[in-house]
Design a protein around this ligand. Structure first.
Ligand code: SF4
Length: 373
């Protein structure tokens, strides 16, 4: 038996091809995108504007399979976080951050990450695998649906999506591009290209390729202002050093049809990259790059070997950049009461899973297994 197609994974173009192959008109693709992504429907029986015969045919060849939610927590400040288990057992996390004028969903693109940035807890977990299109867009589906009120029209809570969760999006290029196409499509999430942001650590050839197929907003995980330090903090820099990376960012921005700025992400680590000489270097590096700088105080995790800078050092760094004429923001911590910072919830769930597995192994050995621990 051939495997069923998961319709959640189909970009608008692939959805149209799928219906044409079924002998249907392309407008069925738009109907299906609307059912899935705008109405949150995953049951063909409820798709009442499709004939019974078509629904029966769909049930034979297709399915809508969603990620399994293992944890959903909402903070007192409205931040919401999900841990989703993927086939194979690993988990990813997705965070929704509400603000006055927008709601931002931060999604993952890979399970783990191969780039091994020295200050990143995801990097320390190593690389497991790429997420499929369905697993990437499934995070947007789950988050959008969580705000639905039965019987009421869906309110748009998610206005922005940032690919800043687990993984390097450009290392999972095709799936990420298809998922972003779904986010932008008028019959799906209909997000503005300005409000979908891909964050990269600097995979230069892929960034160049992205400019050929997409015009979403760009964030660059810079984190260091010279090659020597960046080689240590963001090892992909050894392959694509700053003198290649910065021009590639400029070229990407130049190709955009509007005058959009890149977001420069800079994790401030105490006495590592937060000295005044780094401000000087950053000013030189970014002098011709239309950008705003987002400072992220390092969020300590066990055995990282790094510390969060004091507020004095943080503000001193911010003010010095301001004085150089940059727009600078400091990322505030949200959802503290639900461990919403990157990697914390997955750590908890995986620790529990590991404990359960160890317990089951022990009990199997002693012959008294009880899986409900
Ligand atoms: S900072 Fe980003 S690219 Fe670097 S290891 Fe972490 S997830 Fe990967």
């Amino acid at each position: 038996m051939t495997e069923k197609v998961n319709l959640l994974s189909l970009s608008p173009k692939k959805m149209a091809d799928f219906f044409v192959e079924l002998g249907e008109k392309p407008f069925r693709a738009q109907q299906m995108l609307k059912w899935i992504h705008q109405l949150g429907e995953d049951n063909f029986d409820n798709m009442t504007n499709m004939s019974k015969a078509l629904r029966a045919k769909l049930a034979e060849v297709a399915e809508i399979t969603l990620p399994e939610i293992v944890l959903e927590k909402t903070s007192t400040d409205g931040t919401r976080k999900w841990v989703m288990r993927m086939p194979g057992g690993s988990s990813i996390e997705t965070v929704f951050i509400p603000e006055k004028d927008r709601g931002t969903l931060c999604i993952s693109s890979q399970i783990g990450c191969a780039l091994d940035c020295s200050f990143c807890s995801t990097g320390k977990q190593g690389f497991n695998r790429d997420l499929s299109v369905a697993e990437i867009i499934g995070q947007v589906f789950v988050a959008s649906k969580s705000f639905d009120v039965p019987g009421e029209r869906r309110e748009r809570k998610i206005t922005n999506v940032v690919l800043m969760g687990m993984g390097e999006p450009l290392m999972n290029f095709d799936n990420v591009v298809d998922a972003m196409d779904i986010m932008l499509d008028d019959f799906a999430y209909s997000l503005s290209k300005r409000r979908v942001t891909l964050s990269t650590s600097g995979v230069v050839p892929m960034l160049e390729k992205l400019g050929d197929v997409s015009d979403v907003s760009l964030a660059l995980s810079l984190h260091a202002t010279n090659n020597e330090l960046r080689d240590q903090l963001v090892p992909i820099n050894k392959k694509y050093p700053l003198e290649k990376l910065i021009p590639a960012v400029k070229t990407y921005l130049d190709k955009l049809p509007d005058r959009r700025k890149a977001t420069i992400e800079y994790t401030l680590i105490n006495k590592v990259n937060d000295e005044m000489e780094h401000v000087e270097e950053m000013a030189k590096l970014l002098k011709d790059v239309p950008c705003k700088i987002n400072l992220i105080p390092f969020n300590p995790f066990p055995h990282s070997g790094y510390e969060r800078p004091s507020n004095n050092r943080l503000y001193r760094f911010r003010d010095a950049l301001h004085n150089k004429g940059f727009i600078v923001t400091i990322r505030t911590t949200r959802g503290d009461d639900i461990d919403a910072a990157c990697g914390q919830l997955v750590g908890q769930v995986e620790d529990k899973t590991r404990r359960q597995e160890q317990y089951i192994k022990l009990k199997e050995l002693t012959g008294t297994v009880n899986k409900h621990v």
